[in-house]
Design a protein around this ligand. Structure first.
Ligand code: COS
Length: 380
């Protein structure tokens, strides 16, 4: 995408976020639902297809461009991003990276337009951080696999039309190499989705359990070869971690802007609280950390666009950006004081919303595992 078109896209998204999404944040949170017309408008803007190649009707953004878009999207409640986040990221990228031409032609145009909502079904009740130990089984019977098992906390499962499911095809092989990936349409008999969980934050975004009960999945729906599913999942997550890092940076920018405005206006001891050095120090720490995270994310994204393996850099960015936005949100509550603890300014809502960034798409502890393993591999 040329720079002029990219900047127009960013300006359009910035305006849409500020004028259309921000005014309804509190309502979305209260009702735990995004209005259908807003979802339609997000699809019309192309948000469902940001990362889908242009030949399939998406915008075909590079990783760097996607991160720039995420910086804008992060300025509103992360629940909005979650509505199309699986289509842009973990729900679709297995198909984009490893799908056959037939699989791509069948699904991707609908994914790009938002008609098909995708979900990524890796986590299970007994396989969270240890995702290589999934128990959901896929047994080959002639021209189809029979899928049995349960997945947990699956984002957008209640709206999904298509799941990317990681299941064990070889019960004799422990760990990731016995796992394969499958494209499983929601309407196949035996697929059921439970009611959304009640969560700490990000109301309007939903996670549900998904059950597979003797689901017959055609062989042609396998994504990649047998035993390649864990690697598919890991590469999808490498990319997803950069997307989440960029969202963290966007939320931090929103919180910092709100803190700057509030501290310039709020008076105590006869002057705006921005005049006090202890407030200034909090603002300066937030700005410094947000700048560092943004720089990391853009560097890793550019490297990925240049063809480098960024497993380690994506984990570094996810670790730092998700922890950073937690600290920025905590300082925001402190700067707003009592007003930050009430619902009036949306600060307490964002404080709760950002907590999940340190957990999903790999906890901070798992990012540290990934980073240190890569360091040992590289010897540096
Ligand atoms: N890209 C490509 N291949 C990868 C990879 C990556 N990023 N990460 C691992 N692999 C490969 C390894 O090279 C290894 O291949 P070989 O068997 O050929 O050597 C295989 O996958 C198994 O890797 P590893 O031995 O590192 O697997 P572990 O079971 O030790 O697990 C962690 C690795 C913990 C890093 C992984 O399970 C993980 O990321 N867990 C968190 C999952 C997660 O983010 N869940 C969130 C839910 S999705 S919202």
């Amino acid at each position: 995408m040329d720079i002029e078109t990219r900047d127009q896209l960013l300006a359009t998204i910035r305006r849409f976020c500020a004028e259309r999404l921000r005014p309804i944040e509190a309502e979305v949170s209260e009702k735990d639902a995004i209005p259908a017309d807003v979802n339609r408008e997000m699809a019309e803007l192309g948000l469902y297809g940001l990362s889908i190649p242009e030949e399939y009707g998406g915008l075909g953004l590079s990783m760097e461009e996607e991160c720039l878009v995420c910086f804008e999207l992060g300025r509103v409640s992360p629940a909005f991003r979650s509505a199309f986040g699986t289509n842009v990221g973990i729900g679709s990228q297995g198909l984009v990276m490893f799908g056959t031409p037939e699989q791509k032609a069948k699904w991707l145009p609908g994914v790009a337009s938002g008609e098909i909502v995708t979900s990524f079904a890796l986590t299970e009740p007994e396989a969270g951080s240890d995702s290589g130990s999934v128990r959901t089984a896929a047994a080959l019977k002639g021209d189809h696999y029979v899928l049995n098992g349960a997945k947990r906390y699956i984002t957008n499962a209640n709206r999904a039309h298509l799941f990317t499911v990681m299941a064990r095809t070889n019960p004799d092989v422990k760990g990731g190499s016995g796992v394969s990936a499958f494209l499983v349409p929601r309407d196949l008999p035996g697929v059921s989705v439970s009611k959304p969980e009640k969560k700490m934050g990000q109301q309007g975004a939903h996670i549900c359990d998904v059950n597979f009960d003797d689901v017959k999945v055609p062989v042609e729906n396998r994504l990649g070869g047998e035993g390649e599913g864990f690697r598919v999942a890991m590469q999808v997550l490498d990319r997803g971690r950069l997307h989440i890092s960029a969202i963290c940076c966007g939320v931090a920018e929103r919180l910092i802007a709100d803190c700057v405005a509030y501290s310039a206006e709020r008076k105590q001891f006869g002057q705006p609280i921005a005049g006090f050095q202890m407030i200034q120090a909090m603002l300066a720490d937030s700005r410094t950390e947000a700048y560092a995270a943004r720089s990391m994310v853009l560097d890793a994204a550019k490297r990925r666009d240049g063809g480098e393996n960024v497993t380690m850099e994506a984990a570094c960015a996810k670790l730092f950006a998700s922890e950073m936005v937690g600290r920025v949100a905590d300082r925001a509550v402190q700067i707003f004081g009592g007003a930050g603890y009430t619902a009036d300014h949306g600060i307490e809502r964002l404080y709760r919303d950002v907590r999940i960034f340190r957990i999903y798409e790999g906890t901070s502890e798992i990012q540290r595992v990934v980073i240190s393993r890569e360091m040992m591999k590289k010897g540096t």
